[in-house]
Each structure stands twice: as structure tokens, then as C-alpha cells.
Design a protein around this ligand. Structure first.
Ligand SMILES: Nc1nc2c(c(=O)[nH]1)N[C@H]1C(S)=C(S)[C@@H](COP(=O)(O)OP(=O)(O)OC[C@H]3O[C@@H](n4cnc5c(=O)[nH]c(N)nc54)[C@H](O)[C@@H]3O)O[C@H]1N2
Ligand SMILES: Nc1nc2c(c(=O)[nH]1)N[C@H]1C(S)=C(S)[C@@H](COP(=O)(O)OP(=O)(O)OC[C@H]3O[C@@H](n4cnc5c(=O)[nH]c(N)nc54)[C@H](O)[C@@H]3O)O[C@H]1N2
Ligand code: SF4
Ligand SMILES: [Mo]
Length: 716
């Protein structure tokens, strides 16, 4: 019998979305000595508590993308008009170290920036924090979570005193009312949706409300779909609060004992009577009242949200106004209820825990808190005062700092900003002015590599060992089960090597990723996200573990799964949760006669972001062969457009050309396009050529979900 056939499967984690499904990689018998994706079959891990054996098309096909168009060795050019040429790792590391020293002398450490991603493992994140914020002493480390979860982070922080989604997936099966707002869960978090949908189907009393300007696959099966006008969520949420209060469907005891600012909140919501709200949101009185009745009469209410709220110039306030409804009705800290932000990327949660935004430090600590800085400096054995007291540049600010020559080195890791950042023409221009850009990625070519001086080959999932935390705070270990192609290396090893060469031998003296992990978890001890009981050994013994987990035994002792705030004591100084008192401000770029449509955008079920993986998978390419603009029949008729016609879409910043699909799934006045097509995949179909960077002032998350555009037919 073939040796491979009798190997036990490797238990691992799907490297795509924040649902965090457990996978098993089964070595399949093969004659060839050459290791390829065909050597492994992927199936759902039935023992993984989050997914119970289920997977979606992305997880099921992930193996097929592992050996297509991989970046195999470092490549360099001294200016962007030259071709990239192969160099050795030794040379690449020498160039980086020289460049860092040079920038420190000319611009100072603030001239060094790293822009990374929720697709790194926690170990990668941790080592990058230690290198940038600790050893180099600059907080210019930010990630694509700034485009993704940043508003949820600040919403939890301001309402509860700490980041941290309080719910768990079991709540999906325990709730009487699920309120889904700004989330297309069916397409973007399919296994969460499967669990919820099964519960909904089996229990006729369970209500499913979906708030989305589009009739998505999620909205199609809802009991109530509120197709609100884009950007009117705060008016809707305050309008529901108005009715709950009027009908006395509130939990006064919870409000009195566990919240503050209720009186002022009542003042705020008094400005949102039903006639005004229905008009602003573009829904009927019956719809608004039904939503309030479903929420107010349910024994338990679980809300789910993602980019439809977060990617907004009021992203923080939107998350918080949703949390307000939970505070008003005491729907938190008990089974089947609570505000649950769905994490996008597989390890955006782990990133937050490890301090992966420019204002954070590991263990849910804050850069601006002197005690927090000191605690981290002590563990890192660096001089007290080394960590800068000011937050570093956010993602967008880094690109803008390139325009002013304030950045001498931009190191981009595991993200493809030349597709995913807003206002792409400006981003591309800024990158053209960069004196030194590194792109560290698993694939080549990418749109961002076209703007890089140095590309570094990264080992990715299946080729490196590390941990990730999913949306329900559950940590899973992904072991390497095959070797990286060519000269690719794990991200953390690259950072650690640079650290040692800069003279920080002590700080980066790790034998393997388990050693990195065990140092990292020490910084979570006693914090809300306590993972000090989690180790690779414990993860192997017990399987995936949910935090808080001060000891592995603890995880087994207390009833699992877990929720936060079951005692209704919050992390604020008073222990009370704060009502948010913000009013709705509407869209940052409203429509006008020149740009009469709101362009919204998002994801398709099969594709993952910029397609570096899913663009190579035949089954997925067949599902979504090209990008399409969705438009309502009424608008199409006015413009004389039919399905499959080609149109030009124009905003104040750029243009795109797409085929149209005329459909009632989108509200009149709004058009939708997918985000997945960068210039390598289709000419002139980039959504972010059109979007603007105006951001939430608190979370600094840009309003990617709405900009004003014109649409005109192109006659072929
Ligand atoms: N298939 C697939 N799944 C993914 C990903 C992927 O690339 N592909 N990416 C992952 C990542 S990183 C993320 S962040 C998540 C994102 O997951 P989601 O947030 O569910 O995805 P989106 O499609 O970006 O946007 C969700 C919905 O917001 C709606 N929306 C737009 N404007 C508004 C508004 O003003 N109000 C409200 N209420 N809704 C609005 C859009 O119509 C859209 O249906 O998905 C994750 N899962
Ligand atoms: N208009 C618009 N723009 C958006 C959004 C939107 O809804 N609308 N959504 C925003 C959101 S929520 C997100 S999360 C971003 C996503 O945008 P990106 O982060 O740009 O998208 P990805 O294609 O996931 O890029 C991840 C990159 O990491 C590489 N990679 C994978 N694994 C590894 C690894 O282990 N190491 C290294 N070094 N590289 C690896 C992949 O090959 C890929 O190039 O887009 C944002 N932009
Ligand atoms: S739902 Fe998300 S984590 Fe689960 S298999 Fe699909 S992409 Fe992977
Ligand atoms: Mo995301």
C-alpha cells in the first residue's frame, strides 16, 4: 500500500473567510514523487465546533490554487521602469536592512511603514508588531482591517470599553430573532448562514430580518427585507428605538443597572418619528413597525453586521447605534442574543488581539495608554519609552504620506492595495512616487507587484504553521503539511530575520512558530482576550479553543461555548455600557444631477477579493465569468439600457466599463458592482477607480460602500 494513503489527515483551518471552518487535508495515494495540489483532498472537519464538517465552494477548492502562479524567489529593480530580476534572499535581506538604516537617518523611523493584512497568522502579526512598534519604535503598522473591521473595533471599544464580539455561533441556533444589517451572510459567511437558516426553517416562530439596499441571497429568504436607501442605517436604527420606547418594549431594569446616557439617548431618538424615518429610508410604515415588533417581542435577539455598516463615514456610529438597540432591550450576555460583527478575513480577529492596527498594542492594549506601553516594553525587553505614544499612520494616510515624500520604505504584506484601496488612481500615483516599496505575497504577478521595487515570496496556508482566531473568538492551529514552493518563507520568519540583522538578536531568537505563540499569549494574560491557557500542545489535545482561556483546563471545565458580558459588567470605568448619541449624517458624497446614482459594491459567493487564488479555479470562474453592473429596470428604461449592454460608469475620480444586468434586486437610484476585478483580470472594471477615501473620523475606515456615479450607454 502507498505510504501516503495511510497518513492521518491534517486538521487545519480554511484560509479564506472569518467563519473559520475546520478543514481536513487528506493525503491521497499518488504515484508521482512530485508534490502538487493533487496530492491532497480537502474535506470539512466534523469535529470543528464552528463548522461541524460544513464547507463552502471556496474552502472545498482551496487546494487547487496552491500551485498556480506562485512567486518563487525574491526579485528586485532599482526603479519602476525596469523589469524585476531574480536575486538571492541574502541580497534581498541586505537591501532591506540597508534601506531601513538609511531611512532612519534621513527621515527618521516615521519614514518606515508596513501595510499588512488579516490574512497573516497571529505569529506573523506578533513579530511584525515587535519589529515595528517595539524595536524600530514606529507605530506605522496598519492593515487592510482598516478597510474592513476597524469600525466594529471602535464601536465595541466606545460602547463596551473594549473590542471583542460578545457572541458565539451557538447563538445562531438559539435566537428567536436574527437582525442582519449590511451583511450578505449567505454569500460571504456561508456556513454561519447555513447554521442560521436551518434553525430559521425548523422553527417557524424565529424571525429573520435583513436590512440591505439589495435583494441579496440573504434577503431572499428573510421574513422581512428592508431595502433601505444606502447610508440611512442610523435613521432606521433610531426609528426602531423610537417605536420600542413608545410601545414600552424596553428593559428598564437593564438600562438602569448597566448603561449610561439613557436620558440623552431618549432625546436623540425623539428626532426619529416613523413618518420621517420611513421617508428617509425609503420603506413603508408597516415595514418599520414590523421590524420594531419582531425585535421588541422576541425573547432573544441576535444581530449580525459587516461591511454595509462598517465601510462608512459614520461606520463607528452605525455599529454603536445597532448596539444601542441591544442595550435598550437588554439583549446581550445571554444565549441567542447580542451584537455580533462578522469578521471578514480568516485572522482579522487574531490581528486585533495581537495589536495589528496603528493605534493598538498586543492584548487589546492601546498605544496611547502609558501603562499598556510599559507592560509591552517590559516583556519585549526594550528600553522603557521606546514605543511611541502617538498612533501611527492609518492605511490611507500611509499612501498619502508617499505623496509628500514622508515615507522612505513601504512594506506591503498579504494584501493587494492596487485593487482594494479606494480612489485607485491616486493610490497608483502615490506608489509611483515611492522610493522603495516591498510587496511580500504568495503569488505573482499581482497588481501591486507592478508598483514594487522588491517582491518577496511568502509561504502561505498549508506551507506554514500558525494560529488564527475566527469570528466567534475561537483559535485554530493550522499545521504545515507540505513544503513551500521555490524559496518562499513564512512571513514571521522574514520579519524576524530582518530584526536580527538590525541588531535585535535577543528579541527575535525564536526556534519555531510555537515559541512565537507562547511569548505572544503572555501579553494576553489578564486581558479580556486572555489566551494564556492556549498553546500548540493544548490546541492539539483539545482541538480549537475559544477565548477567554486563562488555562486549557479552564476551557474544558466551563460550559462551552462562551459569551462575553454574561454578568452585564462591561469594560468601561463605570462597568456600564454607553449609549451612542450620534445623529445620522447621510452619505459623504450624495448624488447630484451630474452623478445621479449611488454606486455600492461588494462580493460574490465564489470569488475571494482580488482573485489571486479564486481566479485560478475553473469551477469558480464558471460561476462568475465577468463583472456585471446591476441596475433597476426603471433606471435602465430611462437610460435606454438593456441587460448585456455595455455602459461607462463615471465618478469624480475615475471611470469603469461594464456589462449591465437589469434586475429588480437593486433599488432604483442605486447600482451595484463586484469588487473582484483588478486590471490583471479585466481591463477597466475596477470598482475602486470610482470610490472615494472619505472615512469615519473615529475608525478611519473609508466609505467604500457608496459613491456618486453617472452611467451612460456605450454603443458597440
Ligand atoms: N465570497 C466571499 N466571501 C467573503 C469575502 C470575499 O471576498 N468573497 N471576503 C471576506 C471579507 S474580508 C469580508 S470583510 C466579508 C464582507 O462580507 P459582507 O459585508 O457581507 O459583504 P459585502 O458584499 O461587501 O457587503 C455586504 C452588503 O452590504 C450592502 N450595503 C451596501 N450599502 C449599504 C448600506 O448603506 N446599508 C446597509 N444596511 N447595507 C449596505 C451591500 O448591498 C452588500 O450586500 O466577507 C468575507 N467573506
Ligand atoms: N470597493 C471596495 N473595496 C474594498 C472592499 C469593498 O467591499 N469594496 N472591501 C475591503 C475589505 S473588507 C478587504 S478585507 C480588502 C481585501 O483586499 P486585499 O487584502 O487587497 O485582497 P486579497 O486578494 O485577499 O489580498 C490578499 C493577498 O495576500 C496574499 N496572500 C495569501 N496568503 C498569504 C500569506 O500567507 N502571506 C503573504 N505574504 N501573502 C499571502 C494573496 O495572494 C493576496 O495577494 O478589500 C477592501 N476593499
Ligand atoms: S465559509 Fe468561509 S471559512 Fe468556511 S469554507 Fe467557506 S470560505 Fe472557508
Ligand atoms: Mo474584509
Amino acid at each position: 500500500m502507498d505510504a501516503l494513503a495511510i497518513l492521518p489527515p491534517t486538521r487545519t483551518l480554511c484560509p479564506y473567510c472569518g467563519v473559520g471552518c475546520g478543514l481536513e487535508a487528506v493525503a491521497s495515494p499518488q504515484k508521482s514523487a512530485v508534490q502538487s495540489h493533487n496530492s491532497y483532498k480537502i474535506r470539512g472537519d466534523r469535529q470543528h465546533p464552528s463548522s461541524q464538517g460544513m464547507v463552502c465552494v471556496k474552502g472545498a477548492t482551496v487546494m487547487e490554487s496552491m500551485d498556480k502562479q506562485r512567486l518563487l524567489y525574491p526579485m528586485f529593480r532599482s526603479s519602476l521602469d525596469q523589469p524585476l530580476q531574480r536575486i538571492s534572499w541574502e541580497k534581498a535581506l541586505e537591501i532591506i536592512v540597508d534601506k531601513i538604516q538609511q531611512v532612519k537617518q534621513t527621515l527618521g523611523v516615521s519614514g518606515l511603514c508596513m501595510y499588512a493584512s488579516g490574512q497573516m497568522q497571529t505569529e506573523d502579526y506578533y513579530i511584525a508588531q515587535k519589529l515595528f512598534k517595539g524595536c524600530l519604535g514606529t507605530n506605522n503598522f496598519d492593515t487592510n482591517s482598516r478597510l474592513c473591521m476597524s469600525s466594529a473595533v471602535s464601536a465595541y471599544g466606545l460602547s463596551f470599553g473594549s473590542d471583542g464580539p460578545p457572541c458565539c455561533y451557538e447563538d445562531l441556533e438559539l435566537t428567536d430573532c436574527a437582525f442582519l444589517i449590511g451583511t450578505n451572510t449567505a454569500d460571504c459567511h456561508p456556513i454561519i448562514f447555513n447554521r442560521l437558516r436551518k434553525h430559521h426553517k425548523q422553527n417557524p416562530h424565529v424571525k429573520l430580518i435583513v436590512v440591505d439596499p439589495r435583494c441579496t441571497a440573504t434577503a431572499e429568504v428573510a421574513d422581512l427585507h428592508l431595502a433601505i436607501n444606502p447610508g440611512t442605517d442610523i435613521s432606521l436604527l433610531h426609528g426602531i428605538a423610537y417605536l420600542l420606547k413608545k410601545w414600552n418594549l424596553i428593559d428598564q431594569k437593564f438600562i438602569d443597572n448597566h448603561t449610561q446616557d439613557f436620558e440623552q439617548y431618549c432625546q436623540v431618538i425623539s428626532h426619529y418619528p416613523p413618518d420621517k424615518v420611513t421617508q428617509i429610508c425609503g420603506i413603508s410604515l408597516e415595514q418599520l413597525e414590523t421590524a420594531a415588533r419582531y425585535w421588541g417581542n422576541a425573547r432573544t435577539v441576535l444581530s449580525l453586521w459587516s461591511m454595509g455598516l462598517n465601510q462608512s463615514s459614520q461606520g463607528t456610529a452605525k455599529g454603536r447605534c445597532l448596539i444601542n438597540l441591544h442595550l435598550l432591550t437588554g439583549q446581550i450576555g445571554k444565549p441567542g442574543s447580542g451584537p455580533f460583527s462578522l469578521t471578514g478575513q480568516p485572522n482579522a480577529m487574531g490581528g486585533r488581539e495581537a495589536g495589528g492596527l496603528s493605534h493598538l498594542l498586543p492584548g487589546y492594549r492601546s498605544i496611547q495608554n502609558a501603562q499598556h506601553r510599559q507592560e509591552v516594553e517590559q516583556l519585549w525587553q526594550i528600553p522603557l519609552g521606546r514605543i511611541d505614544a502617538q498612533p501611527g499612520l492609518s492605511a490611507w494616510e500611509m499612501f498619502m504620506a508617499l505623496e509628500n515624500q514622508q515615507v522612505g520604505l513601504l512594506w506591503i504584506v498579504a494584501t493587494n492595495p492596487v485593487v482594494s484601496m479606494p480612489d485607485l488612481e491616486r493610490v497608483k500615483n502615490a506608489l509611483r512616487q515611492s522610493t522603495f516599496t516591498i510587496h511580500q505575497d504568495a503569488y505573482f504577478p499581482t497588481e501591486t507587484a507592478a508598483y514594487a521595487h522588491l517582491v518577496l515570496p511568502a509561504a502561505q496556508w498549508s506551507e506554514k504553521t500558525g494560529t488564527m482566531t475566527n469570528s466567534e473568538r475561537r483559535v485554530t492551529l493550522s499545521r504545515a503539511f507540505r513544503s513551500p514552493p521555490g524559496e518562499a518563507r513564512p512571513d514571521w520568519e522574514i520579519f524576524a530575520e530582518v530584526g536580527r540583522r538590525l541588531g535585535f538578536e535577543e528579541q527575535f531568537n525564536f526556534s519555531d512558530s510555537a515559541a512565537v505563540h507562547s511569548e505572544y499569549v503572555q501579553l494576553t494574560a489578564g486581558r479580556l482576550c486572555d489566551q494564556s491557557g492556549i498553546s500548540y500542545g493544548a490546541l492539539e489535545r483539545f482541538g480549537p479553543l475559544q477565548w477567554p482561556c486563562p488555562s486549557a483546563e479552564h476551557e474544558k471545565e466551563v460550559s462551552s461555548p462562551k459569551r462575553l458580558y454574561t454578568d452585564h459588567k462591561f469594560c468601561t470605568e463605570t462597568g456600564r455600557a454607553n449609549f451612542c448619541l450620534d445623529h445620522s449624517q447621510g452619505l459623504a458624497e450624495p448624488v447630484d444631477p451630474d452623478y445621479p446614482f449611488v454606486l455600492t459594491n461588494g462580493r460574490l459567493y465564489g470569488h475571494w477579493h482580488t482573485q489571486t487564488r479564486t481566479g485560478h479555479i475553473e469551477k469558480i470562474k464558471k460561476m462568475h465569468p465577468k463583472p456585471i453592473l446591476e441596475m433597476h429596470p426603471r433606471d435602465a428604461e430611462k437610460l435606454g439600457i438593456k441587460s448585456q449592454d455595455l455602459v461607462a460608469i463615471k465618478s469624480r475620480r475615475g471611470t469603469a466599463q461594464l456589462e449591465v444586468l437589469v434586475t429588480k434586486a437593486i433599488a432604483p437610484g442605486t447600482v451595484f458592482m463586484p469588487m473582484h476585478w483588478g486590471f490583471l483580470w479585466q481591463n477597466n472594471a475596477e470598482v475602486n477607480s470610482l470610490t472615494h477615501p472619505i472615512a469615519c473620523p473615529i475608525s478611519k475606515q473609508p466609505e467604500l460602500k457608496a459613491c456618486a456615479v453617472s452611467v451612460t450607454p456605450i454603443y458597440r
